[in-house]
Design a binder for this molecule. Structure first.
Ligand code: GLP
Length: 245
């Protein structure tokens, strides 16, 4: 595991975009695992700037997002597909047929999860998985209790997660109770992991993740077994002046 600590959230976002761009430069047909959440806004801003300037092309790349709410159609502005379109897809030359997210409106969500897992394998697996960190140390929507051998599946969201994510929904709309998420084992199969943590609110979950011991109670800690895990954090998340938690 490598931990890099930066002074500002903007520097973290730049470093994350740089890592993604380097992955695509080394392998233009890279399969990227993408994430959502406020942490990723700056990362996608930095990527969009590279796409607009022509410094980066996703022309041959394929993307798979980590998760999606169940019950939301792809055109729903609150769903993660809409978020990805707003923040990244509309700026890029990525083939729409190779922008993958689970279908939140699938008639059979379990079957959709199985199909999604197979689609990732069919694309040759993930070259780089981008990850945020939930306040309860969830990754994707793998809430506490998610086992290390979990696969892409339907999950029930914790009330804390639903209340935090309410900020991303229009007033009066409820956050869905369930989602489809890549499993921990699916994430661990990516060839490299890039976890981004920004802000004081991520200090406690990052500390729990790093202090161990790895346990399903702290899903992010299960990623520590990955041989190529990079964590990018700002000082607020990493714990003050020392630069390390
Ligand atoms: C959501 C996403 C997670 C993400 C988390 C953190 O719950 N499903 O993948 O890591 O939010 O979000 P934020 O970056 O807004 O703190």
């Amino acid at each position: 595991m490598r931990l890099a600590v930066f002074d500002s959230p903007e520097q973290v976002a730049e470093a994350a975009a740089e890592r993604i761009a380097a992955c695509v430069a080394a392998k233009p047909s890279a399969v990227l695992g993408l994430a959502t959440g406020a942490t990723m806004d700056g990362v996608y801003r930095a990527l969009a700037a590279r796409l607009r300037s022509g410094a980066l092309s996703l022309h041959e790349a394929t993307t798979f997002n980590l998760d999606e709410y169940i019950g939301l159609a792809p055109e729903d502005p609150a769903c993660y597909r809409a978020t990805m379109t707003r923040l990244l897809f509309r700026y890029c030359d990525l083939d729409p047929a190779r922008r993958h997210l689970p279908r939140g409106d699938a008639a059979d969500p379990e079957a959709e999860a199985t199909r999604y897992e197979a689609a990732i394998a069919g694309a040759g697996g993930l070259d780089l998985q981008l990850l945020g960190l939930g306040r309860n140390a969830h990754v994707g929507f793998n809430e506490p209790g998610s086992p290390a051998d979990s696969r892409t599946r339907v999950v029930r969201l914790c009330e804390t997660t639903r209340s935090v994510n309410r900020a991303h929904f229009p007033r009066g709309r409820d956050v869905p109770e369930r989602a489809i998420t890549l499993g921990i084992a699916t994430i661990l199969e990516a060839r490299a992991l890039l976890l981004v943590a920004i802000g004081a609110v991520k200090r406690a979950p990052l500390q729990r993740m790093l202090e161990g011991p790895p346990s399903p109670d702290c899903p992010a800690s299960l990623l520590l077994r990955h041989p190529d895990l990079t964590i990018l954090a700002d000082r607020a998340a990493a714990g003050g002046e020392s630069g390390a938690p």
